[in-house]
Ligand binder design. Sequence first.
Ligand SMILES: Nc1ncnc2c1ncn2[C@@H]1O[C@H](COP(=O)(O)OP(=O)(O)O)[C@@H](O)[C@H]1O
Ligand SMILES: [Mg+2]
Length: 251
Amino acid sequence: MARFITIASAKGGVGKTTFVSNLATALAQQGKRVIAIDSNLTTSNLGLHLGIPLYPHTLQDVLKGRISPGKALYTHSAGFRVLPADISMRQIMVPRASRLLNVLSRLDQADFVLIDAAAGLGREALAAVEAGDELITVTTPELPALTDALKVIKFADRFSTINLGVVINRVAKERHEYSQEEVEEFLGVPVISSIPEDPAVRRAIANKTPVVLYHPHAKASRRYHHIATQLTGVPATLPSGFSRLVSWLRY
Ligand SMILES: Nc1ncnc2c1ncn2[C@@H]1O[C@H](COP(=O)(O)OP(=O)(O)O)[C@@H](O)[C@H]1O
Ligand SMILES: [Mg+2]
């Protein structure tokens, strides 16, 4: 049975899509069958993070009933499949949770289905929260992001969503940042992991590659692997020897 996990935050730009692309990669490297879905139909960009060229089939086509979900799946070289969204203006639409659930129920077999939610608390974002069985909230260690994260968590409380906890992203260990304990107290859910502010992440995105692939030994990459291990119980094996040298040279 697939685990349907929604990645949400309410606040934009905190690292949801980066998280989805890297967690999908890390889980695939552990031999798991993963499907990543871009449910962000107004400002979709999972495909851009993953270097997926303009793909002929998208989630919009599936939602409109033009094709089956299986037909729209793009197989990424990292070993997982992606249901991308159309990035053009003419394809902007807001899916209902029921329509999204219908798509999820017709997906091919997978161990993990990661749903990249839209920002905000509009119908589009909330549909993704409602459609997933489990929720991971991404935040930065700052009050505006935390306040928005709290709203998502409270919204998910209305359903039987299993709240896996929160990932604190872009932690720079500056004095003004909220600590892990403060975040847990504020949000009332456990912190799954803290991901550091890491320039390797930005370089990887510029190269349209998940940092887990682009620079496997970067601090952020290790955290993504660690989170994957928390979800599967399988310890990560990082590349060694020559490939490790190459990854260092990329810096
Ligand atoms: N751990 C990190 N370290 C450095 N920069 C990061 C990190 N995570 C995300 N970013 C930056 O934040 C930007 C926004 O991330 P993104 O995943 O697109 O956010 P969201 O999907 O929540 O809107 C990325 O383009 C990248 O530049
Ligand atoms: Mg995003």
